[in-house]
Design a protein around this ligand. Sequence first.
Ligand code: CP3
Length: 376
Amino acid sequence: MRSPESEARKRSTERKANPQTPGAKLRKSPGAAPWVESRFMKACRREHVDATPVWLMRQAGRYMKEYRELRAKVPFLELCKNPDLASEVTVTAARKLGVDAAIIFADLLLIVEPLGFSLAYDQGEGPSVKPALRLAGDVDRLLEVDPQQSLAYLYDAIRRTRADLDPELPLLGFAACPFTLASYLIEGGGSRNYRHTKGLMYRDPGAWRALMEHLARNLASYINGQIAAGVQAIQIFDTWVGCLSPADYREFALPYTRMTIEGITPRTPIIHFGTGTGMLLEDMREAGGDILGLDSHVELDAAWARLGYSVGVQGNLDPVILYASQAYLRARVERILDQAGGRPGHIFNLGHGLLPDTPFENVVALVEMVHELSGK
Ligand code: CP3
């Protein structure tokens, strides 16, 4: 075991090396805004809380009647680009669920348009990105994003949401990590084996580096615009990075996630999330973030012990457990809270997003259970 002195020394070195490492202090802003002492923000700073904060990935979505009614009238992308509606969806979900944070209603892939691609969500098909980036030469044609211009609708939605939301509730922004974004650009959509993505990565490391640096720089400026518009924390999604081996993660993904995180300013809590990452957690931690998002394939206690308690964790209930009885759900919530052991720095969430036909009443019950069982 390392002594507290050597831990402190290590943290102080990390602070100098990288202001976004978990060791770097998250300062409370002067003249404290109403959300500063919220459970969620306290957990981001690894302070003690009266009950475990909880929010849910995809908390605004099709499992909710209000959302389905709106979507019957408005296509998904139009909804994302309409600040009034995006804000309404965000605020409604947070209010109906009683969660401890709201996440701005948007999509991971909005940034592909200003990068020079077309984006479509065809009924039941998932996203489609065109033209797929397949050749090294395509990398030179990527556009530099001016997010204040091309993504102004999202920043407007953030400002509107911040004005309408309960002032004590933190609002989260989000973006992809470079690897996951690259996979959509290269595959042209979702993928089973990431053949084209890994193909470019292994075949042409120079083009891969140029692509990933371009994405890291533009993702950071996109995120910085979200912070300037009024979000209190950021979740970065590396949803598909679990398809890489640890050695490939370190070589082809880690440096660019770190570059993105290092480009984020001012200092803001970062939740770093991916799926299928059981083998990658220590490396993801090294890439950066204040809180590591765990999926349901790891036991929270074992994962946190591996990462060390100087970083927080978020997770990690399997979203499918929401289809079981409330008695079973309760036992599984209790189990995760026991695994977290009341340590400061746990944010309760699912291991991945809510599924579209999840029973709504169980989602509400889940939030109540987390508060009740952790507040005892
Ligand atoms: O969490 C929230 O409530 C905020 C909104 C949010 C959405 N997408 C809304 C959405 C967030 C944070 C995302 C992130 C996102 N988008 C990811 C990362 C997800 C993760 O859990 O790791 C990814 C890979 C995407 C890309 C994307 N967008 C896919 C693959 C799909 C299709 C899947 C599906 O369910 O059809 C979308 C569409 C999408 N994004 C929907 C919503 C509510 C469904 C659209 C609809 O039909 O209404």
